[in-house]
Design a protein around this ligand. Sequence first.
Ligand SMILES: *[C@@H]1O[C@H](CO)[C@@H](O)[C@H](O)[C@H]1NC(C)=O
Length: 902
Amino acid sequence: MSHAIGHVTWRAACGLVLLACLVPCASAAAVKKWSVLGPFVIGKNELDGEAWRSSNSSELGGAALKKFVAQSGGSVAVSWPEVDWQSLVNGVGGHEILEWQARAVGGFKTDGSNVHISCQGVTSFTLDDSQSFVGDLYWAKLPAHVVKLKAGNHRISIRLRGKLQTQFACHVEKPSSKSPLLLFGDSFAALPDVISSPDVPRGIQICGDLGLGSANQDPDRWIKDLRPVLINNKFLSLAPEQPRLHLAPGQITRASVRLEVLPDVGPCKDEVFVDVAFEGMLGEERSRSEALRLRLKCRDVTRQSFVFTFQDADGSLQHAAAVLPWDTEKSPCKGACPVLVTLSGTSITARDSADAYKMKFNDKDPEYRFGIEGAWLLAPTRHGAHNWEGPGRRTALSALAALPQLAQRLALPPVDASRVVVAGHSMGGHGAWLFAFAHDVLAVVSSASWLRKDQYADSNKVLLHDLATPKVEPLLQGLLRTAEAEFDVEAQAATVAHLPVLIRVGSQDRTVHPWFSRRMYRTLLSEGAKDVTLTELPGKEHWWWDTAKPNDGGAVNDPEIRNFLKRVLDKEKSPSSLRWRSVVFGSVGGTLRHGLRVRALARPERRAEVSVELPEKGPAVLATSNVVQLQWQRSKEWQGVQQVLLDGQLQSLPQEAVFHQVQWCLDFGTWKVCDFAVAQRHQRHPNQAGPMREIYSAPLCGVSADEEGEKALQFFGNMLVMTGHGVIRLLSSQEVEVHGGQVTAPASCENLLVVGAPENAVVAALLANSPMAFDSSMLSLGGCSWLRGENLAALSLLPWKASAKEPRLALVATGTSRSAAEALTMLSTPTIPPMARQPLTHLLPDYVVLDVEETRRHGPGGYLAAGFWSNDWQRLPSAYERCTPRGDRGTQHRSHRVAEEL
Ligand SMILES: *[C@@H]1O[C@H](CO)[C@@H](O)[C@H](O)[C@H]1NC(C)=O
């Protein structure tokens, strides 16, 4: 249930897949001979330089070009026994040094037709040093990529990463299936359960849409208007409305199928099989995939957990497990039941996460009791190394948002989503804190949690051994770290200090040492926490099933936790104290907490805080820092309060029921009810909070007008599937238009990713109001101008508003069409095995300007500018730039034209 255990489980799983692969892969020719240049040091984050581009000298003790031959099955094992790893760990200090990078090159021959190419065990590979493709890092049977190649010799190059050792494989084969439309399941499927219960009047019900992998294996043509075909099924039929889907050439995604239960079908036993195919238009031809058999489990919700699917914030279909509340008559349900959201450690399935909440009242009971008393149990999940940060946290919040409708649709006990307790174990213990910062919860249970990824074990140390380190000055490092500030648990301890908090850890936990729990406990106490408990369970390690006696609920559901939940759920919703604080970083700002929402910060990249005191008589006292727009709405906490002293300025609260909310704006030091003119100064809507990873805050579409950009988007989209089961809808350039400076896209697009040169009409329209200014030869920002050479590129968040909708975000990758595409591809390539994050989710602020070639050599040391945009989308004084200030003579990024003008 931990990072470390997850690592082992993953390896074990890979071993099995490898064996399983031997038979179906037999027809594929493995690339056998490899030359590998290494080992070199590497940082522990998603981006670092490639050493061999600058020098072949290595501080690990000499790098060499070695030959490796694939074993039968194609897998290549790479290690460096000549390196004295032990002395490096002892002498340099720490296990971070065990991770290395190397460049592997292998060749193959074709007779000049389409080939299928796939590599396993790596995040990506490059063909003939030109196009990059997504690797099947987890050996999860990600489909091969189809490429059109000239007859002759070709080469695959891979940037290998390993910790002590690594294993990878590449296969090249002729396409075998007739249709380029491919469906695939396995770990890529999100399958809802079919539930039956005596309480459900209609026999069986299906808990959401089916998600399954789909790929367009045509290298040139779109497959349009995909629709599912259901092959005779006794229980289910296709719903009349199906999500609309087109697949770009080479695109891999997750497609949804909406099914309905046929009338008058009886209860299901064990499982229901669904045979489904997809059909779409390949130009004028109809193309049909082979059918895929999916197995839906039948579950009895009166005594078992069940899995449901839901639409996540980013538009992808994700799944969660849930268990109905039990003993609702004498429990705190009262009409609707509160929810315990539980977040799991790495590699635990949603079902296992929910089923960890089991116990027996009496050891002789024949059956376990699942779930908890008087509350729904909700166990969301998301594939990949999200750490419940960014897209992972949104998945948890989206699962919670989906639960009430699901319960209503399936006639299950109603859900009170305003009364939520969050719990979690290991990585989920970290997630429980983060969830509590972004949702108004009643209490927190955090077990065996760590606090910051870069401070936990040897993972993700920022700029320690990285090649980039000597090139990244402290100011730039600060900006990169600022992008992660909202995941720093300790820094936001004040936000949960007024809540009941239970921290638990095994005293012998060596996976997540009790140090982290003790540290959070001390920090909470220093922030004034009154109702916080730290329990170190003597002799327990990272996970256990029995705490004091057999089947007593163990690590996540033993009597201590059950009693805590009972206490916090029984209370009517009211603050446990009449004082609270909210610390706000980045996207957390939009959270409504005890009737208050921070809508805009003076400096969006900085920490903000609101503190509240509700005295028994007289006005409430609010103090803020770095806040310029604040929304209040009446809630239980504020019963009877009529006035507020806001930073010492008296404000009255609307008393009439119709005016149950008010927004205040800070107008040159004076708080006022917002008027339009003042609110206009904060043009950046809360939906438009950065940093770059916030493009996943709403369904994302991608578009490019040139071929290189389209290939980069294909890579980005496929990487999203591989790393996080995420989706991007790719658009053809005709689907995005510019009218009167306004960019329009299909209605399902809420955020937009655009790749192309600044001359492209869409890019130009989005950049129009940005301080990032391109003319025919220069990119200018702040006091800097850079020559628009072939390596200059920029990625930037920009405001975008799809017509008639709330303001949203665009992310533009621009430069030349080639450098824009390369920058997006490079920054979207995760490099940490096996914990690869979703593209653009780590250490990236609102914008970066980069030299593509320098960034390949030096990682973030190749950035020319980086920073966050202000509330009115302007450059902030905290920004980083590296350039020749205008007026000085000669550097590599200096325009000759400008030199002449001087
Ligand atoms: C490193 O070695 C490889 C293989 O021998 C060679 O191709 C490359 O040019 C070398 N790099 C440098 C910077 O010398």
